[in-house]
Design a binder for this molecule. Sequence first.
Ligand SMILES: [Zn+2]
Length: 434
Amino acid sequence: MKVDRSKGFWNEPEETMSKEEKRRLDDKKLVFIFKHAYNNSPFYKKLYREAGLTPEDIKSRDDITRIPLLTKPELQEAQKKDPPFGGLLGVPLTELSEIFISPGPIYEGGTAEEDEKLLEAGAKAAFSCGLRPGDIVHNSFLYHLVPAGLGLHLCLRRMGCTVIPVGIGQTIFQAIIMRDLGATAYAGTPSFLAMIGEEAKKGGIDPINDLKLEVGLFTAEPLPESLRKHLVDTFDMIVRQMYGTADVGGISRECPEVSGMHLEETLVVELIDPKTLEPVAPGEEGDVTVTLPHKLASPFIRFRTGDGSVLSEEKCGCGRTAPKLLRILGRVDQLTKVKGMFVHPINIKATIQKHPELGNYEATVDRPELSDVLTIKIEFEGTGETLPKDTIEAQKALVDEFKENIRVKAEVELVPKGLIKKTKEQIIDLRKFD
Ligand SMILES: [Zn+2]
């Protein structure tokens, strides 16, 4: 099917509303969600009381900077202390339609009413990226634990697409499925589609002539221009990206102009200077900080994603009026995204500390070809009781242990003690996102 993927809106009134209208909505929504969280979530009540705030203190969007910022480690800490939800829930447990587990882990509830809003937002984003009702979408996002696969599946169904729920893995089989079912669209990570392309060629499937992909919807990892071009050349398709996080969902999406990603209209988004914690002006780099006014079950208010970006308020040729995130600059603190998953050095350290025979370590992430490679170099004495004495065996055991603890496969390199001067409490990022 050849359709015009460059025109139209999913929700024109919302996507073209004026700045003043958006401001009026933000005023109302912020007051509402602040009150809701204060009155219904013990976690927020405590946080806001300690900040000296009462539900009446937030009267409009202008008051947002009075509200304390929130980070992922703070949520993790709260849930660890008071499992499973850390007092975060803003509705009774019986009202939850599902519970998602985002990396951390962080347990998040949702209600049926929220789902409705999320489906509309997701459909709107997918439409902006060029997907259309009637598309057959090959969905390679993970379907279990995290919201990505299932969440996007439901959004695409809402839009009127046919979805093939493939998930990850079995690369060549994915190419065969795409060919046999005539998939017109792909949803997943860009590096994984690049790998499918390579495997397809090796297996005698021509990605342009044997596959019918017209558009790809990418998220969960950076999309450097070189990789975008590679995918366009390999599949002869439109390549568009959305940006979001596993905790808060979709935040922004590209449009046919491909000059940044429009912010989702229903969110209140700020960019915060990671040092002064003050909002930055358009054009300046800041930590993308999100308030989700519709999320009543697990409220997220002034949540710092840890992703750096720059906001543009310039008029866009597509007609959408929401400001755009120009590009995602990577982490602003220690969180690092590897293969689309957040990895925190705390979790690497926790694994290493279990073994007294291990010493200083150094973690790096690089992208030598199309996929991220996380390498953890660790000092090893080979005299421990929990790990095999033999270096190769110990390395294998650690690869499995890391996979379980950080949910990403890491290359483990064991070196004699004394070779790593000092542990750096961060993952060194060697990837180049041009
Ligand atoms: Zn636009």
